[in-house]
Design a binder for this molecule. Structure first.
Ligand code: PBG
Length: 333
């Protein structure tokens, strides 16, 4: 048997740069900071409400009169933006609540911009939270119609901009929606309001907790005729190129974790900012495992967010934002 002294001595020692925390910090390749995070918020039509969402521990349904105080906390953590979703009092076949000038999201935007003007307010533009059938567009004889939906999405976007939204984020996956929204915004005098398009949005089981929270599960069928097939990579490139061509200022990949290769692909494809959506199911899986003591929730959260950044995301939309921000370096003092 060979003795230890006869073994070759390693000529290269990568461990040298891992020896102390300061060394590791100095050679770290990926920075995760609070300004990379966007915090989603659910706005309910009810008054004086902050109701926990059972499937998404730590997240709440906020009423318009209470959400601004929450946004002050978010801004103080160095998080630059929130993303708003609405839960209206009533739903109908054409999602009228989405483009109601006095709808929940429109009211929340006004209130947040009044109280915390420096916080960016991004609004999700889609019909599914507002339609009684739960689909993202107008339905006729069981089919989700593309072109008749475009006008409603454009109207929704303009109503959000009129309320003071800083960025418009269409998530419906209808063809041509970015061009339709850009045109409508420009015509209404909002040529300076950027579009963050959910460009590569997959038909995913990871949206389960969100659909519970927003009551937006489709009442028949599924979203596979408009959201993307999880098996496709080249199609994500096609969708992103189309959205950029139609005027998107930033593009999103959604979900994040099973699609890190897509994030990387899109990052290498384009020079515009790339966002990734760390969606509800990804969040809730972590919370469930952590609650059972199976993983260290805080450590895994930071590992996941760093991994999404390393894959190429400039921005991460995440329900972890409020928890993560205090643990990160930010540009504030
Ligand atoms: C609306 C929308 C959804 C999500 C964001 N915008 C639901 C869906 O497409 O079914 C999912 C967000 C999440 O799961 O965190 N179309």
């Amino acid at each position: 048997m060979a003795t230890a002294t006869s073994l070759p001595i390693p000529a290269r020692r990568p461990r040298r740069l891992r020896r102390t925390d300061t060394l590791r910090r100095m050679v770290r390749e990926t920075v995760l900071a609070s300004e990379h995070l966007i915090y989603p918020l659910f706005i309910t039509h009810e008054a004086n409400t902050c109701r926990p969402i059972p499937s998404m521990p730590g997240n709440f349904h906020w009423s318009v009169d209470r959400v601004a105080a929450e946004c002050e906390t978010v801004a103080a953590l160095g998080i630059p933006a929130v993303l708003l979703f609405g839960i209206p009092a009533e739903k109908d076949a054409v999602g009228a609540g989405a483009y109601d000038p006095h709808g929940v999201v429109q009211a929340a935007v006004r209130e947040i911009k009044r109280v915390v003007p420096e916080l960016l307010v991004i609004t999700d533009v889609c019909l599914c939270e507002y339609t009684d059938h739960g689909h993202c567009g107008v339905v006729h004889e069981g089919a989700v119609l593309n072109d008749p939906t475009l006008r409603l999405l454009a109207e929704t976007a303009v109503s959000h901009a009129e309320a003071g939204a800083d960025i418009i984020a269409p998530s419906d996956m209808m063809d041509g929606r970015v061009a339709a929204i850009r045109h409508a915004l420009d015509t209404a005098g909002f040529d300076e309001v950027p579009i963050l398009s959910y460009a590569a949005k997959y038909a995913s089981g990871f949206y389960g907790p969100f659909r519970d929270a927003a009551g937006s599960a489709p009442q028949f069928g599924d979203r596979r005729s408009y959201q993307m097939d999880p098996a496709n990579r080249r199609e994500a490139v096609k969708e992103v190129l189309l959205d950029i061509d139609e005027g998107a200022d930033m593009v999103m990949v959604k979900p994040a974790l099973a699609y890190l290769d897509i994030i990387r692909e899109i990052k290498e494809l384009t020079r515009i900012p790339v966002a990734a959506y760390n969606v509800s199911g990804e969040y809730s899986m972590l919370k469930a495992a952590a609650a059972n003591g199976w993983i260290d929730g805080e450590r895994v959260m930071l590992e996941i967010l760093t991994g999404i950044r390393r894959a190429g995301a400039d921005l991460i939309i995440t329900y972890h934002a409020k928890e993560a921000a205090p643990l990160l370096r930010g540009d504030r003092a």
